[in-house]
Design a protein around this ligand. Structure first.
Ligand SMILES: [Zn+2]
Length: 173
């Protein structure tokens, strides 16, 4: 899904370029301040030393409806931790719509699949927080960003994460 979205002309940039007020018209100024602080923390732990690049999807500011295929993402951050010889490991953080037109913030590690049956990717230890009731966008974002921050300096070996999740190891030769 993410691959498909990338084929479109997706705006991207550092967090200060993200049009928060346009993307999240129902959130408040206090929420945006907390989102920016989380984004600053993410920038602070980048192994590359470069600020995080975010992508956003203005076409998903309003809920696109259940019939639409795939997960409608609004804001996305991805970091490749490993990408060699057909094997890869990636961490992601995104704000997206649920099927019930609620906002949800998710973070996960995804790793290449080496099962007998090809699943393409596996999502490991995902954290998801839906913006509903007492949970604000900032609450959900801080929780997901906290996990994302823990993963960035963590193990960069896809084999470590497949073993952690009980998945098939990579086949060699
Ligand atoms: Zn698999």
């Amino acid at each position: 899904m993410i691959l498909m979205l990338r084929l479109m002309n997706t705006p991207s940039g550092t967090f200060d370029a993200v049009p928060l007020e346009d993307l999240f018209p129902d959130a408040g100024v206090a929420d945006f301040g907390r989102l920016r602080r989380s984004a600053d923390e993410i920038d602070g732990v980048q192994v590359s030393g470069k600020p995080q690049v975010w992508e956003w999807f203005p076409q998903h500011v309003t809920f696109p409806g259940r019939a639409k295929a795939g997960t409608p993402e609004i804001l996305l951050a991805e970091v490749s931790l490993y990408d060699e010889g057909g094997d890869w490991l990636e961490v992601s953080l995104d704000v997206e719509w649920t099927e019930d037109s609620l906002l949800r913030v998710c973070s996960a590690i995804s790793v290449a699949c080496w099962c007998e049956v090809d699943h393409n990717a596996h999502y490991i230890d995902p954290v998801e927080r839906t913006v509903v009731g007492a949970t604000s966008l900032a609450d959900a974002f801080e929780t997901a960003a906290g996990r994302f921050i823990q993963w960035l300096p963590g193990p960069r070996d896809p084999e470590f994460w497949r073993a952690h999740a009980g998945l098939s190891p990579r086949k060699h030769g």
